[in-house]
Design a protein around this ligand. Structure first.
Ligand code: HEC
Ligand code: HEC
Length: 340
């Protein structure tokens, strides 16, 4: 009876109609195997236990539960014929072969790896198909799926894949639709100089997340990076001034140019980055971060006094700012070590 302890009520509810279909009248009395092709599950498994596992397969992979349709993902059968006539023993479908390897893997994880852990968080907590699949057959995460779509059919395929996954799964566990996912992909496309694709995606992101300032800021930043790449840094800074005048202040904040500056810095475009940090400091003199970034740049070019001066100026106006004070102390110590 041990098996029954962790049967979830909803699984039983769903299981019953199926039992009514395929179980012979004496199913509950009989525990002998009627199964002919079990390679992982024990041969003498009870009907109930087998059904519980099959339902876990179905739920874990997010397959349709109505009228056992989801069973057909792995099993031979047809919605046009009675479920009692489906050939559950057949290994014709590759999905069943894969699922069998998964059953073996899950048994190993639970029986060997998890069982060996002492003082378990929750001793009855076992890995199931759902742990990895979270209600989808294809266990890849959203970025992997979107990149694969991009490699096959370009930005149009990526966008249509995103939209159909979002329509189907939004709010479910299956995929992470938070804004950082498209931010990341669009930023990487910008790194490959595919600005037009990057902008399409960044704009889509800001449209599906109209209340997230960072999603729009990411789009604007990519526009600036495109302008910089095609027409130079001064053109980009002019465009920035337009954005600053017309966009909400939580979209165009000190973070936007700071982000762009560091991206260029890491690509070893240090002169352009420095010009951007200077502009950011003069546009946002009352924010801390532009001071810190500019100080790093000055220090990197050997202008220690300039770097000290920026912190001192800031601390003169914000004497209680602990972070700035700590940074200045560290910077002085580092300078002292290097001078010795
Ligand atoms: C994700 C794949 C998958 C889904 C979905 C699935 N099964 Fe299975 N099923 C398997 C695998 C794999 C086996 C073989 C297990 C083994 O080899 O030990 C199996 C075995 C069986 C067997 C035993 C067949 C025999 O005689 O050997 C029955 C009956 C069965 N499944 C019924 C169902 C029903 C009913 C559903 C839908 C509620 C279902 N399965 C959903 C993968 C699946
Ligand atoms: C530890 C994580 C994990 C668990 C648990 C897990 N899977 Fe998987 N599953 C994967 C991975 C990873 C792949 C992709 C394998 C590959 O093709 O490289 C996969 C692939 C599959 C596929 C093939 C999907 C396709 O699109 O071709 C099926 C079917 C499947 N799993 C069924 C199951 C079932 C049924 C269970 C529960 C018995 C299960 N999985 C449990 C990680 C897991």
């Amino acid at each position: 009876m041990k098996h029954f302890s962790n049967v979830r009520p909803f699984a039983l509810v769903v299981a019953l109609p199926f039992l009514a279909f395929v179980a012979p009248a004496d199913a509950n009395a009989q525990e002998e195997s009627q199964y002919s092709n079990l390679r992982v599950l024990p041969e003498n498994i009870s009907r109930r236990e087998l059904n519980r596992i099959m339902l876990a397969n179905q739920i874990g992979l997010g397959l349709p539960r109505r009228q056992n349709e989801g069973c057909l993902y792995c099993h031979e059968g047809d919605m046009e014929i009675p479920v009692g006539e489906w050939d559950f023993a057949s290994d014709a479908k590759p999905e069943k072969i894969r699922a069998r390897a998964m059953l073996q893997m899950v048994a190993d994880i639970n029986g060997r790896h998890l069982a060996g852990i002492e003082d378990r968080v929750a001793p009855d907590l076992e890995v199931t198909c759902y742990t990895c699949h979270a209600g989808r057959t294809d266990p890849r995460e959203l970025p992997e799926i979107l990149w694969a779509a991009y490699d096959t059919g370009g930005i149009e395929q990526l966008v249509s894949e995103y939209q159909s996954l979002r329509d189907r799964y939004y709010g479910a566990d299956a995929y992470d639709f938070r804004p950082h996912v498209l931010d990341g992909i669009s930023t990487e496309l910008a790194d490959r100089d595919s600005f037009s694709d990057a902008l399409t995606l960044a704009r889509l992101n800001s449209e599906v997340h109209p209340t997230v300032p960072d999603a729009r800021a990411n789009w604007l930043r990519i526009k600036l990076e495109q302008t910089e790449s095609e027409r130079g840094v001064e053109a980009a800074l002019t465009e920035f001034a337009t954005f600053k005048a017309t966009e909400p202040s939580d979209v165009v904040s000190y973070g936007l140019l700071d982000w762009m500056g560091w991206r260029l810095w890491l690509k070893d475009r240090k002169d352009v980055a420095t010009r951007i940090f200077e502009t950011n400091l003069s546009e946002f003199p009352n924010d801390y971060l532009p001071h810190e970034s500019m100080a790093s740049v000055l220090r990197a070019s050997g202008d220690w006094d300039g770097a000290f001066g920026l912190y001192e100026d800031w601390l003169g106006r914000n004497p209680d700012h602990a972070m700035a004070r700590r940074q200045l102390t560290n910077l002085r110590a580092r300078h002292a070590r290097q001078s010795n």
